[in-house]
Design a protein around this ligand. Structure first.
Ligand code: AMP
Length: 288
């Protein structure tokens, strides 16, 4: 397994692969890898085959964090991450530095961003107004450096995957955006690097996110007609409020393709939620 630090070296390598006709599968991550990330790696490997190349990027992208967010304490474990990638048969780990990705940013000499203006507005975009601009900008840069044929994203971040797919279509990136299912802990909690922030008591309470999904699914499936979003939201929020340290940021019902909010919630609608458990903000989503 090769570790590449420099964007220029990554792009040279990718151009060599292109010239020799090798298919490239790409999994962008912020590191602190868990089985959710590794399932994306396995997806990428399955799609590019043995003659193909799988690249994992490990980069905690500063531009997708607001100044008040957890950039400086975001968990990192380089030794473990590279060991897991090696064990998973990753060909290249691309781990650039901030200075190489955003040269001159602090001095006001970095000024190009990629902005998706529709799907990124609600939910995560409403709660974290500068987040998706950072995500689309860094993913566009990474696509230009890794030149992947396909890139795998997790359903865990449903809106993010939709925004990136739209960006790839709108900007004509020759990349197939693939979405792989959410991996969960045995009790239902979606795997996330941020779960490491949770105290034992918070970890126990965090299972409420997947319980909300299960309860919404049960309600929708047992109802004879679609349910009113406001009523269902209130019922689900009261489930969250039973946890002493949990606070709802949002609970939204929407069309899984267009992300348009739905006032009547029936089978096939999608639910996404963000909940603070203590100081940690967790998200989850699923089809009802
Ligand atoms: P992150 O390192 O959190 O930026 O995530 C990198 C990629 O892994 C994104 O495409 C995420 O959607 C995906 N991912 C994160 N958690 C999970 C999970 N539990 N199951 C599947 N994919 C995930």
């Amino acid at each position: 397994m090769r570790i590449v630090r420099s964007p220029a070296a990554m792009q040279r390598l990718a151009l060599d692969w292109k010239r020799s006709g090798r298919r490239v599968g790409f999994v962008p991550t912020m590191g602190y890898l868990h089985d959710g990330h590794l399932s994306l790696v396995r997806h990428a490997r399955g799609r590019v085959g043995d003659g193909g190349v799988v690249v994992v990027s490990i980069y905690v992208n500063p531009t997708q964090f607001a100044p008040t967010e957890d950039l400086s304490r975001y968990p990192r474990d380089w030794a473990r991450d590279t060991r897991l990638c090696r064990e998973e048969g990753v060909d290249v780990v691309f781990a650039p530095t901030d200075a190489s990705m955003y040269a001159g940013r602090d001095a006001g000499r970095y000024s190009t961003h990629v902005v998706e203006e529709q799907l990124s507005r609600g939910m995560e975009g409403a709660s974290r107004p500068t987040h998706f601009r950072g995500v689309t900008t860094v993913v566009a840069k990474l696509f230009n450096l890794v030149l992947p044929d396909l890139a795998v994203f997790g359903a865990k971040d449903w809106q993010q995957a939709a925004v990136i797919r739209r960006m790839a279509t709108d900007l004509n990136f020759p990349v197939k955006v693939v979405v792989a299912p959410t991996r969960r802990e045995p009790d239902g909690l979606a795997m996330s690097s941020r779960n490491a922030y949770l105290s034992p008591s918070e970890r126990a309470q965090a299972v409420v996110l997947s319980r909300v999904l299960a309860q919404a699914r049960a309600a929708v499936r047992s109802a004879r007609r679609p349910l009113g979003a406001a009523v269902l939201r209130a019922r689900l929020a009261s489930l969250v409020s039973k946890q002493p340290d949990a606070r709802v940021d949002y609970i939204e019902f929407f069309d899984p393709e267009t992300l348009a909010p739905t006032a009547r919630v029936g089978r096939g609608a999608h639910l996404a939620l963000a909940v603070f458990v203590g100081k940690t903000r967790l998200i989850d989503n699923g089809r009802l």
